[in-house]
Design a protein around this ligand. Structure first.
Ligand code: UDX
Ligand code: UDX
Length: 470
């Protein structure tokens, strides 16, 4: 087994950044170079003011402050980092393809392939390549083929080591992982490579927490884990609609079934719909793979998880429009929260984007407050959506003018016709809802898309209150 002394990570994003920071913290004898094409992002990782790190993640600043400059380095010098490394993690993004074959479904492996080509080109000694990005099953084969074409007589061993961290709890998920999964070839060099990576994680995890499998099981397990998690949310969200029709309470139902140890209590919170960079992308990818292997029934089964999630977002927007007397035209709707979940500044696939789109289409003015998401990010999320739909620039500018972003929640809710809670930020629970009520137009409507407020208390204040699944 080769003892790893130098690690390089390609991609300093939500996955690469926190994962490498924790590895560097726990393995002070290993040099960890995190590289990225995006110079601004790298500059932010190197900022002396830890509040300027490019991603917000509780506890990350402390980990970075301990390891950065000691054995953790962020840079744009990709070639040198590749050359120096014994082990290279690929953590670049793998978005859903938005062009050509597999458009809207398949994972776009363009960046991963570029990484492999670059590694093949500049490497002069043997290396272990670790897939961190979520990839379709059998991508490792593609990587192996590209890497073999290097011709420098260099041996590359490819491992799959999918990331299971959730944003907002990334540092804890890394430090106290339920499990780490490592897949590799059954060959002797494959098994040795696995041992080298196990050795790294063993610095802080027990042997029971480290699972090893073959390459394909590992690749497929990541897609499967995300599909199962998303499926639970779509299941409870489907029932939230039935609860509303039958006067059952979705939280009570979730609690009642969650106490069955076979079902378990986690991931049963009804919501306006799941977001994030992974769930939708990975399920679409799974559906695409099933169709590719001619398994239409399996594909249709998983696709339903996405269809239901879209339904839930539209249902929430429609509820707002219908409740406000069938039109929100020229009405001011305050959005509390824009991030796809609390404790992150990530907005990828956030339900807020799709709810905002619907309401803006109906003529609403959206006044947003989110504790961590910037004005620029909110505007660019909407612009990207409309550009992707081919909407022309004049109309986009007109629609963007319908969105206002505030630094204080009290400003966003002032003189609003309705408030919609899109993210479950803790601070929303503790607002002075009486004074908010006083500042709004009457009747004052409040739509809780996250089920975080107490119905009785909110109704007592005078709000016309809707909470998902109640
Ligand atoms: C990750 C995973 O890699 C993805 O497969 C998983 O499903 C979700 O999370 P994430 O870290 O969230 O991606 O993505 P992002 O924050 O976009 O970071 C990727 C980084 O890679 C970016 O900073 C980008 O600049 C960089 N990059 C991309 C490169 O350095 N080189 C490239 O060729 C492409
Ligand atoms: C997910 C997986 O949890 C993680 O293991 C994987 O590595 C990446 O994808 P992430 O997307 O960061 O992590 O967050 P997660 O906590 O899973 O939440 C995803 C979405 O589901 C959020 O929009 C969240 O609000 C929503 N959700 C979650 C619910 O609506 N109800 C729940 O009960 C749980």
């Amino acid at each position: 087994m080769k003892k790893i002394k130098n690690i390089c990570c390609l991609g300093a994003g939500y996955v690469g950044g926190p994962t490498m920071s924790v590895i560097a913290l726990k393995c002070p004898e290993i040099i960890v170079n995190v590289v990225d094409l995006n110079a601004d992002r790298i500059a932010a990782w190197n900022d002396v003011n830890l509040e300027n790190l490019p991603i917000y993640e509780p506890g990350l600043d402390e980990v970075v402050s301990k390891a950065r400059g000691r054995n953790l380095f962020f840079s744009t010098d990709i070639n040198t980092a590749i050359k120096d490394a014994d082990m290279i993690f690929i953590a670049v993004n793998t978005p859903t393809k938005n062009y050509g074959e597999g458009k809207g479904m398949a994972a776009d492996l363009k960046f991963v392939e570029l990484c492999a080509r670059q590694i093949a080109e500049v490497s002069t000694n043997d290396k272990i390549i670790v897939e961190k990005s979520t990839l379709p099953v059998r991508t490792a084969q593609t990587l192996q083929t590209i890497l073999k074409s290097n011709g420098n007589d260099v041996n590359f061993e490819v491992l799959s080591n999918p990331e299971f961290l959730a944003e907002g709890t990334a540092i804890n998920d890394l430090l106290n992982a339920d499990r780490v999964l490592i897949g590799g070839n059954k060959t002797e060099s494959g098994q040795n490579a696995i041992k080298s990576l196990v050795d790294i994680y063993s610095n802080w995890l027990s042997p029971q927490q480290i699972l090893t499998t073959n390459l394909w099981s590992s690749e497929l397990s990541k897609l499967t884990a995300n599909a199962f998690l998303a499926q639970r949310i779509s299941s409870i969200n489907a029932l939230s609609a039935l609860c509303e029709a039958t006067e059952a309470d979705v939280d009570e139902v979730a609690n009642a079934i969650g106490t069955d140890s076979r079902i378990g209590s986690k991931f049963l919170k009804a919501s306006v719909g799941f977001g994030g960079s992974c769930f939708q992308k990975d399920i679409l990818n799974l559906v695409y793979l099933c169709r590719h292997f001619n398994l239409p029934e399996v594909a249709n089964y998983w696709e339903q998880v996405i269809i239901l999630n879209d339904y839930q977002k539209h249902r929430f927007a429609k509820k707002i429009i219908n409740t406000l007397f069938n039109t929100v035209s020229d009405k001011k709707i305050a959005f509390l929260g824009w991030a796809f979940k609390k404790d992150t500044n990530d907005t990828r696939e956030s339900a807020s984007i799709y709810v905002a789109e619907r309401l803006i289409e109906d003529g609403a003015e959206i006044h947003v407050y989110d504790p961590k998401v910037s004005r620029e990010k909110i505007k660019s999320d909407m612009r990207n959506l409309w550009e992707l739909k081919g909407i022309n620039e004049d109309i986009i500018l007109h629609k963007l003018a319908q969105i206002k972003v505030y630094d204080e929640h009290s400003e966003a809710v002032k003189d609003s016709h309705a408030i919609a809670i899109l993210t479950e930020w803790d601070e929303f629970r503790n607002y002075d809802w009486i004074s908010i009520y006083k500042k709004m137009y009457k009747p004052a409507f409040l739509f809780d898309g996250r089920g975080i407020l107490n119905i009785d208390k909110i109704k007592e204040i005078g709000f016309d209150f809707y909470s998902i699944g109640k």
